[in-house]
Design a binder for this molecule. Structure first.
Ligand SMILES: [Zn+2]
Length: 361
């Protein structure tokens, strides 16, 4: 496939994004402006380091913590970050974005009360919808490095200050090591009882596949973020396939770039194996400005690095719609419309005859 034609095609196809962290979307110029306003608590070299992606990239969690601890100080900051993210996503034909934000850090480190913070983000979602046509939805995410009690407190904030239209569910992120999903059972139980959708980061950082099983079977999540180590247990992977669990995968995930030898990375990456086990996957940016990736590039990596064909991509697009937290009427409408759009763009593009489908999705 000619590279430019592929990029143009991938930029144009309608997309959802389901796994992206608000603080991982901050433009470098915005980050520098927030730092300058705060009296430059971070040295310029440190910021350069945050936005540099080496061959063996370090994780991004320290950047997210710096935003909580030093830089995000007012609801207007949250408005700006949200609006800019949705603007960037819309420029890559993302039509619907479900993105995560960690209220615990904002409330306790930044000192912005939950309802005030939520209002600012919701206002940005509404304005972006009006200005750009993108539908944004917020996932309130548990900070798993904080306590299980803080997670319950966070879910109670969401339920007390409920914005049913824009705030659709909860997730969990930050370091999974030593913070297994079962610690947060009570928070997930309350969220489900309160009518919220649920997702969870599990099987990231090489953590065992049993964390994915705990998230699916005990927390009863609607979908899984990452989930790569599920490939270590094909029998359980088949169960996930039968349940129709969607895995939101991230081609630029730091852990595998760091731990697999460069010449083996694309070949041994679990993303390459997941569809062959019957799993439904969907590619995402996770932390686009920090991973130096756009939605278009994340989709392109599925082709260039992991060897999927255009039929597979069409399946991933539909997987995304099936896993999105939208009304079924909208899902049916978008499935029909987006499939037709995908096919028309494919017919009208100068892409070569696609390579045979690897997975049959
Ligand atoms: Zn993530």
């Amino acid at each position: 496939m000619p590279p430019a034609a592929l990029d143009e095609f991938l930029r144009a196809i309608p997309k959802v994004e389901l796994h992206c962290h608000l603080f991982g979307t901050v433009r470098k110029a915005t980050f520098e402006a927030l730092n300058a306003r705060a009296g430059s608590p971070l040295a310029q070299e440190e910021i350069e380091g945050f936005y540099t992606r080496g061959e063996k990239p370090v994780g991004v969690l320290r950047v997210l913590r710096a935003l909580d601890a030093e830089l995000v100080r007012s609801p207007d900051d949250l408005y700006q970050l949200t609006y800019e993210y949705l603007e960037d996503a819309a420029s890559h034909s993302v039509r619907h974005a479900e993105f995560s934000w960690n209220p615990t850090g904002t409330v306790h480190a930044s000192g912005i009360a939950y309802p005030v913070a939520q209002d600012a983000i919701v206002r940005a979602i509404q304005d972006a919808r009006h200005d750009l046509g993108i539908s944004g939805r917020l996932i309130a995410a548990i900070d798993r490095e904080a306590s299980p009690e803080a997670a319950v407190e966070m879910v109670d904030w969401v339920l007390t200050h409920r914005r049913e239209e824009e705030v659709v569910g909860i997730g969990i992120d930050y370091r999974e090591n030593d913070r297994p999903p079962e610690m947060f059972l009570e928070a997930y139980r309350r969220a489900r009882q309160g009518g919220l959708k649920t997702t969870a980061h599990a099987g990231e950082f090489g953590m065992p596949w049993t964390n994915v099983r705990t998230a699916v079977e005990l927390l009863e999540v609607d979908r899984i973020d990452h989930g790569y180590t599920v490939v270590d247990q094909p029998e359980f992977a088949r169960e996930c396939a039968e349940r129709g669990v969607l895995f939101t995968v991230v081609p630029t995930n730091s852990y595998y770039l760091r731990t697999l030898p460069p010449e083996r990375w694309a070949l041994d990456h679990p993303i390459r194996k997941m569809p062959g086990l019957g799993l439904r996957i969907h590619p995402n940016t996770d932390d686009p400005t920090l991973h130096k990736v756009t939605p278009t590039q994340a989709w392109a990596m599925m082709v260039r690095d992991f060897g999927f064909g255009l039929d597979d991509l069409r399946g991933f697009m539909l997987n995304g719609l099936d896993g999105a937290w939208i009304a079924d009427s909208r899902r049916r409408k978008w499935r029909d419309e987006w499939a037709a759009e995908f096919d028309a763009l494919r017919d009208g593009s100068s892409l070569d005859t696609p390579t045979p489908s690897m997975s049959g999705t």
